[in-house]
Design a protein around this ligand. Structure first.
Ligand SMILES: Nc1ncnc2c1ncn2[C@@H]1O[C@H](COP(=O)(O)OP(=O)(O)OP(=O)(O)O)[C@@H](O)[C@H]1O
Length: 966
């Protein structure tokens, strides 16, 4: 394509050059120039009637095109000459056409001019970069109905099954298309469903073909672009689409009567205006005004549309602000404003704020959904929930709603892998009905039932997967039946004290206190498990200081009493040493030497020679219980007859690691030397069994969460505290000068009263980056000076193990009165007479962490105090919750309700939490129990799920988490 004296190629080069070098934003301009401008210009060159263009180009050409400078000049010349003149010199007709929106023929130069800001239109000021680009951005947004209508229209020209009659093609309005489509689809679906029922009962093949995992491509009317977009957003299958659940349901009659400031309300009304306004150079605003008819009284709601009851109109001013220069361009403002057209019927929800004018309300944080069947205002009078979908990956909710509706229609009726009798027993909808109920509920109770069914599924497959995996790991049918039996009747799973081993009973007698009923129950449950030929996998939960350690010790004694070994793993060396000493002290009083188990300590800092000896002792069976840190995992540690592995503070080790003990199988070859001294040999028949695992957690988490997270484990909770414990008095104070003075005064009172104080710091050394944080070592002198006559010590993670132990020992014996420490003391440190804790910069700690820290005091019978100093006022509110309760379970439940499971468990731990797209663990816990029972029923009927092929298939599709470790 050439243009007289200047070839099209030359022209393109010129424009590209200009694009590359001439604009202030070269990147975006370059892209636009490359893609768009040359094409448009080449088209322009065709227009021979533009004589002026002709003339100019000839004139420009005389400059020659050899040097770059000349080339640039040429372009500028081209650009600087008014383009309307260029294209329409002498053609007033053309100019007037350009002003008429619909008159733009094959070449829209005005649009091009608006896109490229340096092209000026006459003497008009330059226009914004995004101005006029609405049309482009809009075409980028997938518009389901539009494309589908197009498809319908196209297919109507061919012999489409959806074609209504022979009068096609005719001008189709969106409404007519929509209704034709619905009508036809309903008809087709009904027929299809009937066919499918028959087919499904005939062959399995059909069942697979019609499964939920059919590709979305099976949906009618999808364009190629839509398919791609669905694919990019992860909607590959019908299941994926149907599992895009509504975010909420709009109750179409929510707002009525008086409306007050701050209420969260839902309205349905008509869009009266929508505009995008540029407030200043960097702030813009979208304002949509919606007029809604609301009933004056609740009883009048039904008559909103028939106007029988008393109604009034309220005006909602929806305002959304945008900050940033790029949001102030006209194109952007037009595009956002055009999303809502006058007379659209929209469902609006948000927090209302009264405006000075009567019945006018402002909503700044709002959701607005244009109703697809919005023309029917009578919707307002129907008790009909309206699904509000979240958008995903750029797909707008309206399109998603439409496509989900199509997926529903394509859904086979018999799609449910859960047997009918199980559904009936637990009052569940069929899966088909559940999908309809959740996406197209007739009323909210139907949506509720549907939700229940889908939540049930989430729990059920998780439980089924976990139990199935456990059963797979067992060798014999007897073991499998035993395991299922255990889960089925947990209340019977206890062994009374009389039946405990002699060693356990003797240790129990040595205790300076009596066990609480929670502790007794826990030991009985664990011993019941230990007596079984199936490896135990149990989680022992309890609040800080409830006495879990002794429960675990007794469990260890039980297996040692039967001639086996025990391993006790803790998260820090400090705690390992403490437990070691505690156990030695306890066993010291054991009279009969033959009963006395050999206790060893194995941590990373034990000299190599000594640790070699210990490992040998473990291997030969001389050592019956070893307490240590993660070094117990090392491959070099081989047990002679490991029967129980206690994993303390399991959240620190993660879920997978505990499985590693399973590889340390019991070997019969070398039998413990203790064996001869033992009388109880009851359970020594099973030679190659993985050890029992008892995991302990001092971070109480609600039962539902624990079951979801550790579904493969039995759960024991100690909910009581030893007698005489007085709740710790907690004070949250601001770290002002006065706050510190108050804290120091309380500390002085405590010291004078004979108490011991922990001072907890977030860091060891002062940090330049975080000057607001107080540091332990920097404060040592300050505190020593402040409390003359009292000894202060320092404890932190960078100290060597012996130093730490020495310091803690001094604090324990009372040589030190104040211990300045970091979080090292958070877990397991037990100094029963420590009576006060002051936490500096408490806002830096999580709630669970603070509760743990606080648990270091109040472990004796003395009234203890905990002062939480916050350096920010905002952090103080959060800390106030701790002031009100010292019950870990209560705090965990509160936390779960307020923050959800992710925040409660923390990033690392919640990573192990299975995904629950619809379940809210904080409120749906009750369904978990049903799901658990149902899973047991299924597995009891068929251990390998062979009788339930559909269930097995579904289980495979859902890929439950492997929680058992390696
Ligand atoms: N039944 C009881 N009566 C009185 N004191 C008890 C009882 N059980 C345990 N204790 C004592 O309570 C203190 C706390 O026990 P332990 O260290 O076992 O708690 P814990 O549950 O492990 O707490 P943490 O998770 O904070 O370590 C210990 O000093 C222990 O000796």
């Amino acid at each position: 394509q050439s243009f007289q004296c200047m070839s099209c190629k030359q022209l393109r080069t010129v424009i590209l050059f200009q694009g590359k070098t001439g604009y202030s934003n070269p990147f975006s301009t370059k892209m636009r120039c490359c893609n768009f401008l040359p094409f448009k210009f080449s088209k322009m060159c065709y227009r021979m009637k533009h004589k002026f263009t002709d003339q100019k180009v000839v004139e420009i050409d005389q400059h020659g095109v050899k040097s770059t400078v000349k080339l640039r000049k040429k372009v500028f010349a081209l650009m600087d000459h008014n383009i309307p003149d260029l294209i329409g010199n002498g053609s007033g007709e053309m100019k007037s056409k350009m002003n008429r929106k619909d008159a733009v023929d094959d070449f829209d130069i005005s649009l091009m001019c608006r896109i490229f800001p340096s092209i000026t239109l006459g003497s008009a000021p330059q226009v914004g970069l995004y101005d006029g680009t609405t049309a482009y951005s809009e075409t980028n947004i997938i518009s389901g109905t539009k494309d589908f209508e197009q498809h319908l229209y196209d297919s109507s020209l061919t012999s489409s099954p959806l074609r209504k009659d022979d009068s096609f093609p005719c001008p189709l309005t969106p409404q007519s298309v929509s209704s034709i489509y619905e009508e036809k689809l309903d008809q087709v679906t009904r027929e299809d469903s009937q066919k499918k029922v028959g087919l499904q009962s005939q062959s399995n093949l059909t069942l697979n073909e019609l499964s939920l995992d059919t590709s979305v491509n099976c949906l009618p009317g999808l364009t190629k672009k839509q398919r791609e977009q669905l694919d990019n957003c992860g909607f590959h299958t019908l299941r994926k689409l149907l599992h895009h659940f509504p975010r909420s349901y709009a109750n179409l009659q929510n707002a009525h009567g008086n409306i007050y400031d701050g209420q969260y309300l839902m309205f349905v009304g008509e869009v009266l205006s929508s505009r995008g306004v540029r407030a200043n150079c960097s702030i813009s605003l979208l304002e949509v005004i919606v007029g809604c008819q609301i009933a004056d009284k609740e009883s009048d709601i039904e008559h909103v549309t028939d106007k029988v009851g008393k109604t009034r109109t309220v005006y909602l001013h929806l305002k959304r602000f945008f900050r940033g220069t790029r949001f102030t361009f006209k194109g952007f403002l037009n595009s956002i404003a055009n999303k809502y057209q006058v007379r659209d019927i929209a469902c609006v929800s948000g927090k209302v704020k009264t405006m000075p004018a009567k019945d006018h309300y402002e909503i700044r944080e709002f959701n607005i959904d244009v109703l697809e069947d919005g023309k029917d205002l009578s919707l307002c009078a129907k008790e009909r929930p309206y699904c509000i979908y979240p958008s995903k990956g750029g797909l707008n909710p309206t399109f998603l709603r439409d496509i989900i509706a199509r997926a529903l229609h394509a859904l086979p009726v018999i799609v449910d892998p859960i047997p009918k009798d199980i559904r009936e027993e637990f009052g569940l909808l069929s899966l088909h009905d559940a999908y309809f109920g959740i996406h197209k509920p007739k009323d909210i109770s139907e949506a509720d039932l549907a939700r229940k069914r889908l939540i049930f599924d989430e729990f059920f497959y998780l439980q089924l997967g976990q139990l199935f995996q456990m059963l797979e790991g067992l060798g014999t049918q007897v073991e499998k039946i035993g395991l299922l039996d255990k889960y089925r009747r947990p209340e019977n799973n206890t062994v009374c004290t009389k039946e405990w081993s002699c060693l356990t009973k003797k240790v129990l007698e040595l205790l300076p206190y009596t066990l609480t009923s929670g502790q007794l129950q826990a030991v009985s449950e664990i011993i019941w498990d230990l007596k079984r030929p199936v490896p135990m996998n149990r989680l022992l939960q309890g609040d800080v200081g409830c006495g879990k350690t002794i429960v675990a010790f007794l469990a260890c004694m039980e297996v040692i009493g039967s001639g086996y070994q025990a391993a006790f793993m803790v998260p820090s060396e400090l705690v390992a040493i403490q437990h070691y000493e505690h156990l030695l002290a306890l066993l010291e009083n054991l009279d009969e030497v033959k009963f006395k188990p050999t206790v060893a300590l194995l941590t990373g800092s034990i000299p190599i020679k000594q640790s070699r000896l210990i490992r040998k002792g473990i291997q030969t069976g001389e050592i019956s219980i070893v307490i240590g840190t993660h070094s117990l995992f090392a491959d070099s540690v081989e047990f002679s007859a490991l029967r129980i592995a206690v994993v303390d503070e399991q959240h620190r080790f993660g879920v997978i690691q505990r499985g590693r003990f399973n590889s340390k199988l019991f070997y019969k070859s070398s039998i413990s030397s203790l064996e001869d001294a033992i009388t109880d040999k009851s359970s020594k028949t099973d030679d190659y069994m993985a050890p029992h695992v008892l995991a302990m957690s001092a971070t109480p988490i609600p039962r539902t969460l624990a079951l979801a997270l550790y579904g493969d484990m039995s759960l024991t909770q100690i909910t009581d505290l030893p007698q005489g414990r007085i709740p710790v008095q907690t004070y949250a104070i601001e770290g002002s000068d006065k706050g510190f003075e108050d804290a120091y005064k309380m500390m002085m009172d405590e010291l004078e009263d004979g108490g011991k104080i922990y001072l907890v710091y977030p860091i060891i050394e002062l940090s330049e980056q975080l000057p607001q944080l107080r540091a332990a070592s920097a404060d040592l002198k300050v505190i020593s000076d402040r409390f003359p006559g009292y000894n202060c010590g320092l404890l932190h993670g960078r100290m060597r193990s012996e130093e730490k132990e020495e310091t803690l020992g001094k604090f324990r014996t009372g040589e030190l009165n104040i211990l300045l420490a970091t979080q090292v003391i958070e877990v397991g440190v037990d100094v029963p007479d420590a009576s006060m804790m002051v936490v500096m910069n408490s806002e830096r700690f999580g709630m669970a962490q603070l509760h743990q820290l606080r648990g270091r005091v109040g472990r004796g019978t003395r009234q203890s105090k905990c002062i939480l100093i916050s350096s920010t006022a905002s952090g103080l509110n959060r800390l106030k919750v701790l002031e009100q309760s010292s019950d870990g379970f209560h705090l965990a439940n509160m936390d779960l309700l307020l923050r959800g499971p992710g925040d409660l468990l923390g990033k690392k731990q919640s990573g192990h939490l299975p995904e629950f797209p619809i379940t809210r663990l904080e409120v749906d816990g009750n369904i978990l129990q049903d799901a658990h029972v149902a899973a047991l029923k299924i597995l009891s009927a068929s251990h390998d799920l062979e009788q339930f092929p559909a269930l097995k298939l579904e289980l495979g599709m859902r890929q439950p988490l492997c929680l058992l470790g390696d």
